[in-house]
Design a protein around this ligand. Structure first.
Ligand code: 13P
Length: 249
């Protein structure tokens, strides 16, 4: 039985007071469980409020949505992996499609962020995914595996083995269109094979999450798909009760 991971990417939503109210409501629906992992990715300025709200719930983990790859210095507006770690984060999203497509982040930059996260003891959740045009051109695997290699190529295979991967097809993010469980499985399988090559290992401990318009109605089927180890959820993670029902899938 795999132990599923449920990751909530709040993106640019929930100010500190909303985040605190969310957690109060969420914790009322979600008691401690050993059989699943829950990770929240609040916006940086709401991070402290969530740390405070979860002080009695060490079973729930926290991550940041982004880092800069330098450890410290004159980089106005940025946060480092070291600052994130010291603030209570264990995870960081790297290469999210919104970072790549809205903020122009490159594959090389994703690699630098994975290296910075690893140096600071943060687990990177490397996000990969193809656009609709790339899918229609039959380039899904090629694109996803290239993103994967670029992101993990900056660290040793032992460190790459500590990462988490999230397959998030760009055309499925925030659109209400979801990959079918079979489509997600096929890409996850290709990612798994590439990871075995990168890690030079037959067994694979790297979890592969699916993300893109996951909701209460489709979460169970996606999670049941072979090679899907968890879910990375945006919009449907913003409502405490709705998110609790997904986490309890
Ligand atoms: P949605 O669940 O809103 O489609 O967002 C997915 C996502 O980008 C999570 O990182």
């Amino acid at each position: 039985m795999k132990q599923p991971i449920f990751a909530a990417n709040w993106k640019m939503n929930h100010a500190p007071a909303d985040a605190t109210a969310f957690m109060r409501a969420f914790l009322a629906h979600f008691g401690k469980r050993q059989d699943r992992s829950v990770i929240f990715f609040p916006p940086a300025l709401s991070f402290g409020a969530v740390v405070g709200a979860l002080k009695d719930r060490p079973d729930i983990q926290l991550g940041v949505q982004n880092i800069y790859w330098e450890d410290k210095g004159a980089f106005t507006g940025e946060n480092s992996a070291t600052i994130a770690r010291a603030s209570g984060a264990k995870y960081v999203l790297v290469g999210h499609s919104e970072r790549r497509h809205i903020f122009g982040e490159t594959e090389e930059e994703a690699g630098k962020k994975v290296a910075a996260a690893t140096r600071a003891g943060l687990t990177p959740i490397v996000c990969v995914g193809e656009t609709l045009a790339q899918r229609e051109a039959g380039e899904t695997e090629q694109v996803v595996l290239r993103q994967l290699r670029a992101a993990l190529g900056t660290v040793s295979s032992a460190d790459a083995g500590n990462a988490i991967i999230a397959y998030e097809p760009v055309w499925a993010i925030g659109t209400g269109k979801t990959a079918t469980p079979a489509d997600a499985s096929a890409v996850h399988q290709a990612i798994g094979e590439e990871l075995r090559r990168i890690l030079d290992s037959g067994s694979l401990a790297v979890p592969i999450l699916y993300g893109g318009s996951v909701n209460r109605g489709n979460a169970a089927d996606l999670l049941a798909a072979p090679e899907v180890d968890g879910l990375l959820v945006g919009g449907a993670s913003l409502d405490a009760q709705g998110w609790a029902s997904i986490v309890l899938t």
